[in-house]
Structures are given as structure tokens and as C-alpha cells.
Design a binder for this molecule. Structure first.
Ligand SMILES: NC(=O)c1ccc[n+]([C@@H]2O[C@H](COP(=O)([O-])OP(=O)(O)OC[C@H]3O[C@@H](n4cnc5c(N)ncnc54)[C@H](OP(=O)(O)O)[C@@H]3O)[C@@H](O)[C@H]2O)c1
Length: 425
């Protein structure tokens, strides 16, 4: 039987669970794969911290070289998080002849190119199933089950915290702040939830998926990113009246003239398969040229699902899989600027209720080539502020933004900044 000695970098939420699974399932893995996995060194920041009972505390170290330079360690699992330090550790592991498994989405989205380049140069591998979709086997599906396809579209609900908040707001009428506190109490959201609610976490993940699927370099800065913190109960209720749900959607599409890569709150028709993905669950809808649509669904974060993905990489590595690095096609196309995208839009104007307002707004939209498909105007006493909701036909983002800016500048008609949400069908 083969023995694999593993060095673990980080023993936080995910590292601790990886340790526990390896201890608990060691004999199962031996039987199934004829490999014995042993964690032989663990890097932490604070070796004195109180940890879980089953831990062998003799394995702890605060010196990175104890893991990275130990010749007896075969494989390194990076679960420290962050970008700069994790990059340093990963590159050092490669230089010391070690392959790496990581769950670090920020690292790969922001520094993936230099890591893949170094891995290629040194003949090393990096496995990152746990970086996207938690326990859902997304990278493995792309690498294996969808290997014969050109993937041209990815739509994902890939931030469980945002999806939980939007679901609570929609199904229980809970305010954003209350839903966020609940998400934190249930362990879905980080103590600092900024990356979740501002869409950065989902942007990291879609950048990784687009890079892998389209075989194109995706500079992280080119991924347009908007989170859910401006979504109000009004928007959720009006969307419902039109037959839509609001979801934080990560979108990547490969078209002839470039790639679209963005994260945005989105109106999805209620009969769209992703509109039914609720709570903290994640789902990713791929479209491939041979297979058509494929939906992957499951738990997108948390220690157990993430450790499941980390271990699947460890087992793949032990089986000798050597093809996990993203390919780079010769013909690179650019990521399109957000102003060039074509979409339908939901517009919520906060207007002063007086005759002629609707025709004034529709006139300006019309001048910018934007046509209206649906309208809701709630009635109130003349002179008060009321919401006016318009859905548009497809228009260019640049035209919509210019028209809305012009409308918003007329303070005799508009009271608050207009809410613009894209519609996906
Ligand atoms: N949490 C999730 O649901 C989830 C899901 C998917 C992917 N991920 C990714 O998994 C990775 C780990 O996340 P986590 O939630 O487990 O993080 P975490 O709980 O914050 O744990 C981080 C670990 O790294 C150690 N560490 C931090 N800085 C260090 C330093 N300078 N030197 C040595 N050790 C250091 C910490 O040591 P101490 O224990 O001594 O403080 C801790 O053990 C991240 O990249 C995250 O994005 C997390």
C-alpha cells in the first residue's frame, strides 16, 4: 500500500474538518484506493490556541519551512486563505517539488496566472475543486464529464450568503440587515461579510470558472461586480408582481466578439431553473456545444462540503491525475466592458406623482433606443413620491446608463437614485 504524507497549511474552519475527515476515514480510503493518507505537519499562526480534542498537537508548527521544506511531505494542502501569503506558500511548495491542493478562490482569481505559469514551468500541479461551489464537483465535471465540449455559457448562484439573504427577504419579508445577521448566526456568512454581500466572493469564483471553461485569461479586474446590499424589499416585491425572482447571479459567456464576465443582482423569471435555488444552496448551469445545459446543485460552502471537495482532490492526486491546470487557447479574446453588454432591465424610479411623468421618462428612454415592455405605477396623492417600475426590452448598457443619468438629474421629477437591475431570461 502507498503512504502519502500530507502537510497542512492552516487549521481553521476548513483545515480542521479536513484533518477530522482524514482521521475518521483513513481505513475507508485505504480499502477503496489502496492509499494511506497521513497528515504529518500542520502550519498555524498560533500553536497555543485551544483546538479540538482529536488533534495530535505535536503536529503543529508556526514555521512555514517545517512544512514546505520537509522532504518527507508528498503533498501540501493550502487552507490559510488570503492572497499574498498563500501565493508565497504555494510557489515555495512548487519549488520544493510538491504539488498543492487549495480551496483559495481569491488566490486563484487574482494570482492564478502566475501560479499556473510557475506550476507549468516546474512540472507541478495545483488542484482547486474546493475553490468554487464548496462540495459541488464543478472543476471535476468540467475536466471529466464535460471534457468533449466547448462551454459557451455559465450562470451560477455561487454565494450561499447572498442567496440565503435574498431568499429570506423574498419568502419571509425579512429586512436585509436581519437576514444578514441570521446568515452569520447560521455560519453561512463570515464575521466580515463584505466579500459576500458586495459580490467579490462570487466574482472570484466566476473568474476561476470562466478561466477554466473558456481557456482564456480573465484578469480579475475585468469582472464587473455588483452585490446585493442595495436590493430593497420594494424591488423583491415588484419583481414578484412581474413574475420574477431576484438572485445574485454570476455570469460568464463566450461570444465571438469577447467574453462577458460579471456578478450582479438579476431578475430571473420564476420558471427559470435557477430561480428555484433557495437558501444557502449553490447551483451552476453550464451550456456546452455538445451536451446542452447541465445543472450542478448542492452545498456551496461550510466545513463539511468544502472538506469533501478538498479530499476529492487529494484522492485524485493520489490516483495520479496530472491534468488539472487550466489550458490556454492560442486565440485569446478580451473580456468585454460592461457598457457594451446587451440586456433587458428593471428600472425603479422614485418619481414625484404628477401628470406627464411617465411620458417624460419614456421619451428620454426612447431617445436612447430603450423600449419599454411593462409598467407598474402605484397610485398616491398628487405631489407625493411614488415608485414607477419599468421593464425594458433589450438595450445596450451604455444607453440605459446615459438615459437614467439624464432622468435622475431632473430633480423636479425624480427624488432618489434610480435602481437598475438587469434581467436574464
Ligand atoms: N469557510 C468556508 O466555508 C470556505 C469555503 C470554501 C473555501 N474556503 C477557503 O478555504 C480557505 C480557508 O478558510 P477557513 O475558513 O478555514 O479560514 P480560517 O478559519 O480563517 O483559518 C485560517 C487558518 O490559517 C492559519 N493562518 C492564518 N494566517 C497564518 C499565518 N500568517 N501563518 C500561519 N498560519 C496562518 C490560521 O491559524 P490559527 O488557527 O493559529 O489562527 C488558521 O488555522 C480560504 O482560502 C477560504 O476562502 C472557505
Amino acid at each position: 500500500m502507498r503512504r502519502v504524507s500530507i502537510g497542512l497549511l492552516g487549521l481553521g474552519q476548513i483545515g480542521s474538518e479536513v484533518y477530522r475527515v482524514i482521521s475518521r476515514k483513513r481505513s475507508l480510503f485505504q480499502k477503496r484506493y489502496d492509499v494511506r493518507f497521513d497528515i504529518t505537519k500542520i502550519l498555524v499562526k498560533n500553536t497555543k490556541k485551544k483546538r479540538f480534542k482529536s488533534l495530535d498537537s505535536k503536529l503543529l508548527t508556526s514555521k512555514p519551512s517545517d512544512v514546505l521544506k520537509d522532504p518527507s511531505i508528498d503533498l501540501v494542502i493550502e487552507l490559510v486563505g488570503g492572497v499574498a501569503l498563500a501565493k508565497k506558500f504555494v510557489l515555495e511548495a512548487f519549488r520544493n517539488g510538491k504539488d498543492v491542493v487549495t480551496a483559495n478562490k481569491a488566490l486563484l482569481a487574482e494570482e492564478g496566472e502566475s501560479i499556473y505559469k510557475e506550476a507549468k514551468k516546474l512540472g507541478r500541479q495545483i488542484f482547486f475543486e474546493a475553490s468554487v461551489g464548496g462540495g459541488i464537483p464543478v472543476i471535476k465535471s468540467l475536466r471529466e464529464g464535460l471534457a468533449a465540449n466547448h462551454i459557451h455559457s455559465i450562470l451560477g448562484i455561487i454565494n450561499g450568503t447572498s442567496n440565503y439573504i435574498l431568499t429570506q427577504m423574498s419568502q419571509h419579508g425579512v429586512d436585509f440587515d436581519v437576514a444578514l445577521q441570521e446568515a452569520q448566526a447560521k455560519g453561512y456568512a463570515e464575521l466580515d461579510p463584505t466579500f459576500d454581500i458586495e459580490g467579490v466572493d462570487a466574482a472570484h469564483k466566476i473568474a476561476i470558472l470562466a478561466r477554466y471553461s473558456f481557456e482564456q485569461k480573465i484578469p480579475f479586474k475585468s469582472v464587473d461586480c455588483e452585490g446585493i446590499k442595495h436590493i430593497s424589499q420594494h424591488d423583491i416585491d415588484f419583481a414578484k408582481r412581474f413574475g420574477y425572482s431576484i438572485k445574485l447571479l454570476a455570469i460568464a459567456k463566450k461570444q465571438k466578439d469577447g467574453i462577458e464576465a460579471r456578478v450582479q443582482p438579476t431578475l430571473l423569471p420564476n420558471n427559470h431553473i435557477l430561480a428555484k435555488v433557495d437558501g444557502s444552496f449553490n447551483a451552476i448551469l453550464f451550456e456546452g456545444d455538445e451536451v446542452g445545459e447541465v445543472l450542478l446543485y448542492g452545498k456551496g460552502a461550510g466545513p463539511e462540503p468544502t472538506a469533501s471537495a478538498v479530499l476529492s482532490d487529494v484522492i485524485d492526486w493520489a490516483k495520479g491525475i496530472r491534468s488539472n491546470l487550466p489550458r490556454t487557447s492560442k486565440s485569446q479574446v478580451k473580456v468585454k466592458s460592461i457598457s457594451s453588454i446587451l440586456s433587458r432591465y428593471y428600472l425603479r424610479f422614485s418619481v414625484i406623482d404628477k401628470p406627464g411623468t411617465l411620458s417624460y421618462i419614456s421619451g428620454i428612454l426612447g431617445k436612447h433606443n430603450v423600449s419599454i415592455s411593462n409598467v407598474i405605477q402605484t397610485e398616491k396623492k398628487s405631489g407625493t413620491t411614488v415608485p414607477l417600475i419599468l421593464l425594458t426590452y433589450k438595450g445596450h448598457e451604455a444607453d440605459i446608463r446615459t438615459a437614467v443619468k439624464k432622468i435622475d438629474s431632473n430633480r423636479s421629477v425624480i427624488r432618489e437614485k434610480t435602481r437598475v437591475i438587469r434581467i436574464e431570461s
